[in-house]
Design a protein around this ligand. Structure first.
Ligand code: NAP
Length: 331
């Protein structure tokens, strides 16, 4: 949906679309964190640039109905929510561009963000590139995502009340997803490629004590059925030891094999933790500050734990407020 031109305010920048330019604030990322940072920064008069990437909207674009986002008692489609979110940021003067950063230079201020041949400069930067759920890389997985295949039990588990589901993975997340689903589903089958879980002892114990959960060991998913029917009816598994194949019937598949933070462009420039997430100071004012003054991080790019749209939005808001304070102090 196009934003009516009368709702756009002058972004007050010396640039043309796609030609680079200077901004007080550049936000890299167009998911809940990036759009919320854009909304708050725009309302604070910072006229930010939001580079939302080639595939704007983030992980909610991969889901259908979102029922746990506050304010939508009937639920809302993920893509519609993101579209409206974007419009809200634009309405107050954020310049949102469907462009993906190809290079980021945080070595000196103004910071430089490259999009192909164009360079944007910013007095402050909010990194909100999100994280990507690791995938099995099956064509059937891609086609059935949002139609029975999910990477988030908290988001989609509710749709599988009383149904048979499976969870792929053997880490803490997979155990957590399986335990969450056990409260809703008729049965939960964990599918793990090895003969022991990677998860912490306490999570393993919880899984073992849950009667609804069974584990299929040494198995990988080779195919998800039924693409033609447009829904999940089962999976074909291959035994990693014997090579034997078998099928099981399920109504939903949760892929929980870890996340990868999208931090390649800032590796070596801001402090990252051992898994590649951006380290932020946390707590109180400056909660989103990175190791580089003037560079802030919001959402899943700095949060391996909560990973919810509403928590990403909250940290986008915090980042914008932190930027405001930073720019006021450095003006
Ligand atoms: P993880 O620890 O990296 O575990 C990923 C799991 O997926 C592993 O069991 C791995 O198998 C499996 N896997 C990876 N690629 C696969 C593939 N292509 N096909 C099939 N299986 C595959 O990731 P995570 O569980 O998301 O946890 C991430 C971090 O957050 C961990 O440090 C974890 O402790 C922490 N966390 C903690 C909690 C909690 O304490 N409550 C909750 C969630 C996450 P292998 O075991 O064979 O490698």
């Amino acid at each position: 949906m196009e934003v009516p031109s009368e709702l756009r305010t002058d972004p007050g920048v010396d640039s043309q679309a796609g030609e680079g330019g200077h901004y007080r604030l550049i936000i890299v990322g167009g998911g809940p964190a990036g759009y919320t940072a854009g909304l708050y920064a725009a309302r604070a008069g910072l006229a930010p640039l939001v580079l939302e990437g080639d595939e704007p909207g983030g992980q909610l674009m991969l889901t259908t109905t979102v029922e746990n986002f506050p304010g939508f008692p009937e639920g809302i489609q993920g893509p519609e929510l993101m579209q409206r979110w974007r419009e809200q940021a634009e309405r107050f003067g954020a310049t949102v561009r469907q462009e993906a950063a190809t290079g980021i230079d945080l070595s000196s201020r103004p910071f430089r963000v490259q999009v192909g041949g164009s360079t944007y400069t910013g007095e402050a930067v909010i990194l909100a590139m999100g994280a990507s759920a690791r995938r099995l890389d099956l064509e059937s997985e891609r086609l059935l995502t949002g139609h029975g295949v999910s990477t988030c039990a908290t988001c989609d588990g509710f749709f599988f009340r009383g149904k048979r589901v499976a969870v792929v993975g053997g880490g803490d997340s997979a155990c957590e997803e399986a335990l969450y689903l056990a409260k809703l589903a008729a049965s939960v089958t964990m599918i793990h490629r090895r003969d022991q879980l990677r998860a912490s002892h306490i999570m393993q114990e919880r899984v073992r004590r849950e009667p609804k959960i069974r584990i299929i060991w040494n198995a990988v998913v080779e195919e998800i059925h039924d693409v033609k029917a447009g829904k999940v009816t089962g999976v074909t598994l291959r035994d990693t030891v014997t090579g034997e194949r078998r099928s099981i019937e399920i109504d939903g598949l949760f892929v929980s094999i870890g996340h990868t933070p999208n931090t390649e462009l800032v590796r070596g420039q801001v402090e990252l933790d051992e898994r590649g997430y951006i380290k932020v100071r946390g707590g109180g004012p400056g909660a989103t500050a990175t190791s580089v003054p003037g560079v802030f991080a919001a959402g899943d790019v700095q949060d391996p734990y909560y990973r919810q749209a509403v928590t990403a939005a909250a940290s986008g808001c915090q980042a914008a407020m932190d930027v405001e304070r930073f720019l006021a102090g450095s003006a």
